[in-house]
Design a protein around this ligand. Structure first.
Ligand code: ATP
Ligand code: MG
Length: 283
């Protein structure tokens, strides 16, 4: 039986639960319970605060966990990052009051910087030979300059609206984060195949997200050109149509490139283009 730690509530909870569900693992939502038994896979889910997940996995209390790369870097626990999961994207940035005439990183020399990520910031300043005063605060970092607790902050930014609301401006983007699957380095031989199975499921899901399955009818002589446009998984599927000289071509296309590809395919003479969502892509 494997144990996976996920965030009990907060920004990563919903996407972590969705990933488990897509991987065929049904589990009751946290609702004040710390541990839940899942069905569909021999796994128990531990609902924890995200700050506690790196340590829980390092100690082997959980075998694997889903947590932001920011927490993994900050806590510096002995865990292996197995793979990034493509959600929970954010960055940790240095921000200063809007009216500061910011000239470059040297501005931070001798300044007080409030943050919940002292370890990442310390490393960054050390690397850039900046000597500043780092103040660790647990929450509401963004108000520190307004109440004269600090001259600047180092905090998570996603859209930047919180900074604007607090009259701050982002001046250096330091750390880029997203959710990742981590594993303990204390994994027993018995459990290793289970982790492999789980990683295989997660990998298929993450790789297929944002992909579309596209079917079209196309003149036979244009198939090679169209196939070169959409390299797909292995090679595209080409089926003959009853009408001579025509074929049905099936390809996999990234959602972000979909319209650009469709325009090019149409120029090649593709007709009756069907775009289907792709649930899973198992290699
Ligand atoms: P917990 O109670 O579990 O400690 P928390 O308040 O520390 O929760 P959340 O705000 O739920 O944490 O964020 C969890 C993670 O989500 C962050 O550590 C980060 O990896 C990611 N994240 C993505 N976007 C943002 C954002 N805009 N602000 C904060 N975190 C974000
Ligand atoms: Mg937290």
């Amino acid at each position: 039986m494997l144990k996976i730690a996920i965030q009990a509530k907060g920004r990563l909870n919903e996407d972590s639960m969705a990933l488990l569900a897509d991987a065929g693992i049904q589990v009751a939502p946290s609702k004040r319970k710390l541990v839940a038994q899942a069905s569909g896979f021999p796994i128990q889910v531990l609902y924890l605060r995200d700050d506690d997940i790196p340590q829980a996995v390092a100690m082997g209390v959980a075998d694997v966990g889903i947590v932001g790369l920011n927490e993994i870097a900050e806590k510096d626990e002995d865990v292996t990052v197995v793979r990034k999961l493509g959600f929970g994207a954010c960055r940790i940035s240095l921000a200063v009051p809007r009216d500061v005439d910011y000239t470059g990183l040297e501005w931070f020399n001798g300044k007080r910087v409030a943050t919940s990520y002292p370890h990442i910031l310390e490393e960054y300043f050390r690397e850039h030979q900046i000597v500043a005063d780092i103040h660790e605060v647990k929450g509401s970092v963004e108000i520190a300059p307004a109440v004269d607790l600090a001259d600047a902050i180092f905090d998570i930014v996603s859209s930047g609206s919180t900074l604007v609301q607090n009259s701050l401006k982002e001046v250096e983007q330091v750390f880029f984060s997203e959710a990742a699957l981590i594993a303990t380095n204390k994994l027993t031989l018995m459990k290793a195949p289970l982790v492999e199975k789980l990683v295989f499921r997660f990998e298929s899901i993450v790789n297929s997200r944002g992909m579309k399955y596209v079917l079209m009818n196309i003149p036979r002589e244009k198939v090679d050109e169209a196939a070169a446009l959409c390299p797909g998984m292995h090679s595209p599927t080409v089926l003959p149509l009853a009408e001579a000289g025509w074929a049905s071509l099936h390809v996999v296309v990234r959602e972000c490139e979909l319209w650009e590809k469709i325009e090019k395919l149409k120029e090649l003479g593709a007709e009756d283009i069907l775009v289907l969502s792709l649930e899973n892509m198992i290699k």
